[in-house]
Design a protein around this ligand. Structure first.
Ligand SMILES: [Zn+2]
Length: 597
């Protein structure tokens, strides 16, 4: 058994999440974590809502709320959505906790002491009417390179070049249209060039990463600059240095605090278990966590933060860059073992866009369809290694032809036939070659499917699990137990059904990481009791450091099925099953398309 950290990207709390978000990292991270736990590893799966930064401040202003009130609203919505999908977080928290503030400030101080945070004077844009800083992305103007009229202060979407806001021709605030003023302001920068060599040496030791992620990360090292980690903003974590701590107009930049969330959430989890140092088993690089593995799950637009910037923070904090230094108060910390990035999901051929209503929110989806129907689609047809289009027609086909007609049908017909003819799981006698062959296909599946999930090839993994299902359906058709009606044939009929039910049980275990809700149902239909697939729960907790209460997702995942074939017991009572999956009416396609603008 080893310690495995599953670090899942933090959703931004400025609105509800759509299915593109959860298909990129939430569901794949849960499949991985569930499998690793079933295989006997000690998994810690953490994340939370990312709640600082200008977009939340701007949106709160426009709704007449405080940023905290806006974040409270969407933190709860997101917690409920992830709960509905059955994502097995040990802790899904948020970045506005006292614990998070402390950990962020501790990392800032450690980096500063070691010399990896430097102060610089820069030009900042402010709004003349409010005196407030205008973040780069809220400034619009003409691109100085291609002449595109709607370039943003951080980049031009037409020519793709990175920009600084003062380069824009005729810059305007996107908030109120006024012309920003540029003033000198002091900020702190993470000195990325000072850890470039350490980063390169570390990247050279990485194995098994998706090649595009590794190539992209190595290329970034050729052109590293110090990166601002503070902003002129009131909403965020205060800067923990004398002369700065009490200033209300300067805050740590949202991206710097958000990546530290993986660590602060692990520490919060440990504090809540009553063993405040338990997090070290996953994090401590020179102590009890030195053999731990850390897997980070995110969309491809976030690779840089996980493969370069977060490792740079960890290296500098641990005193491992060109300026040397010694580890901060938390000790030397583990770098990512693997950065698992997904591609993008599009929607009926278009990019998801909340403003243009090209969107399906998780909540709306779960009101009309089952969580496992979406989890199945994401696993078999999600954006694992290339951009992928979600269409309602394909969702319908996958659900009806594969989930219902394949897996659901196997469960239903084998259990119904056994219940009707025996009322219980019949015994197996005199296994034939065909019986043995099918049982072997299922047994081999544990190695194949598990190995693929470990390599983050979930699409192939569920394909192998569904191949076991297809083989079992073919076996039933070939053996045709329904024809063995004579009393003399009954032992053979029982044997066939016993074999089929054993393979249903095995296939159910293989599918459990992907389809945990239905796996629990199938377990019960087979006469099983207790928890087969543990589920997360929403708990209202108080802030450990005195702040307001908030909801978290957590759970006990030490219970449930192991990653192995469990022999079914002959004689266990069976009842006629209820269908596990819902067949969808083809009319849903037109209904859903009509909902899109
Ligand atoms: Zn341009």
């Amino acid at each position: 058994m080893s310690h495995v950290l599953a670090a899942v990207a933090w959703p931004y709390a400025n609105g509800p999440r759509h299915i593109g978000h959860v298909s990129g990292f939430g569901v794949p991270a849960d499949v991985f974590s569930r499998y690793m736990r079933m295989a006997g590893h000690d998994v810690l799966m953490v994340s939370g809502t990312d709640e600082h930064g200008t977009p939340i401040q701007v949106q709160a202003d426009s709704e007449g709320l405080t940023p905290r009130e806006l974040a409270d609203r969407y933190n709860r919505v997101i917690v409920e959505d992830l709960h509905g999908l059955g994502l097995s977080y040990d802790l899904f928290t948020r970045t506005t906790t006292g614990n998070h503030y402390q950990v962020v400030q501790d990392l800032f101080e450690g980096l500063y002491r070691n010399g990896y945070i430097i102060a610089k004077t820069t030009l900042g844009a402010i709004s003349p009417s409010t005196g407030r800083t205008l973040p780069d992305r809220y400034i619009e103007g003409t691109c100085p390179i291609c002449g595109y009229g709607s370039a943003r202060g951080d980049q031009c979407d037409n020519c793709g070049n990175q920009l600084d806001p003062e380069q824009l021709i005729n810059p305007k605030s996107r908030i109120n249209g006024e012309t920003p003023e540029f003033v000198e302001t002091e900020h702190f920068f993470l000195d990325l060039p000072a850890v470039a060599d350490a980063l390169a040496a570390w990247l050279d030791t990485r194995e098994g990463w998706r090649p595009n992620v590794l190539r992209f990360s190595r290329n970034l090292l050729d052109d590293l600059h110090p990166r601002a980690i503070t902003r002129d903003l009131e909403w965020g974590v205060p800067i923990p240095l004398d002369g700065w701590r009490d200033r209300s107009d300067k805050r740590i930049y949202v991206w710097f605090d958000a990546v530290i969330g993986y660590l602060s959430a692990s520490i919060e989890w440990a504090r809540r278990t009553g063993d405040p140092s338990a997090w070290k088993k996953w994090w401590s690089a020179d102590g009890e966590g030195k053999d731990a593995a850390a897997y980070y799950f995110m969309g491809k637009d976030n690779i840089v933060f996980h493969s370069v910037i977060w490792p740079a923070i960890l290296l500098g904090y641990s005193g491992q860059g060109s300026r040397g230094g010694s580890p901060g108060d938390l000790g030397a910390l583990n770098l990512p073992t693997e950065v698992v990035s997904s591609e993008f999901l599009t929607m009926e051929g278009r990019k998801f866009s909340s403003s243009r209503q090209v969107v399906i929110y998780v909540r709306d989806f779960l009101e009309r369809y089952d969580a496992d129907a979406l989890r199945y689609f994401i696993a078999v047809a999600g954006p694992e290694s290339q951009d992928t289009d979600f269409t309602w027609a394909e969702f319908l086909r996958r659900n009806n032809d594969e989930l219902v007609a394949g897996w659901g049908n196997l469960v239903n017909r084998s259990i119904s036939m056994a219940a009707k003819n025996f009322g219980a799981i019949p015994p197996a006698v005199d296994l034939t070659e065909a019986d043995e062959a099918l049982l072997a296909v299922a047994r081999v599946g544990f190695g194949t499917v598990g190995g693929l999930i470990e390599k983050h090839k979930q699409k192939q993994a569920i394909g192998e699990a569904m191949r076991v299902v297809a083989e079992a359906n073919k076996y039933l058709s070939d053996q045709a137990p329904w024809k063995l009606k004579d009393e003399a044939d009954k032992p053979r009929m029982g044997t066939i059904l016993h074999v089929a039910l054993q393979v249903v049980s095995d296939a159910n275990t293989l599918l459990t990481p992907f389809l945990p809700h239905s796996a629990q149902k199938v377990h019960e239909l087979l006469g099983g009791t207790g928890t087969h697939a543990p589920m997360p729960a929403i708990e209202e907790v108080s802030d450990l450091d005195g702040g307001p209460a908030y909801p978290v997702l957590t759970g006990d995942y030490t219970v449930g099925a192991r990653w192995e074939s469990t022999p079914i017991e002959a004689g266990r009572a069976l009842a006629a099953p209820k269908p596990v999956f819902r067949k969808l009416d083809p009319s849903i396609v037109d209904e859903e398309l009509a909902r899109l603008a």
